[in-house]
Design a protein around this ligand. Structure first.
Ligand code: FES
Length: 91
């Protein structure tokens, strides 16, 4: 990452609905898959409270774009396509 490049931002909804629908596991998986990119400051991961889109959950945002219904199958592809330039190993 060059010094003028902003980190990609992943915001995970940790509201109760998204949490029990799968963001508990998604959070763990993101931290595991993107660990190296996170440690290099290429990716920033944070959590947020309910965003009032519970029925579409589990939800997370990548650079402000909401992704709904993210599950164990779609998460690696989402990371790959959204963060491909950050080179997420194993995603
Ligand atoms: S708990 Fe995630 S949108 Fe409501």
């Amino acid at each position: 990452m060059s010094s003028d490049e902003s980190p990609r931002r992943i915001v995970i909804c940790m509201g109760s609905s998204c949490f029990v629908r799968g963001n508990n596991r998604n959070a763990e998986r993101i931290l595991a898959l993107a660990q190296e990119a996170i440690s290099r400051g290429v990716i920033q991961v944070s959590g947020t409270l309910c965003q009032n889109k519970c029925k579409q959950g589990p939800n997370l945002e990548v650079d402000g774009a909401c992704h709904c219904g993210v599950d164990a199958e779609s998460l690696p592809q989402l990371l790959e396509s959204a963060l491909g330039t950050a080179r997420v190993p194993g995603a």
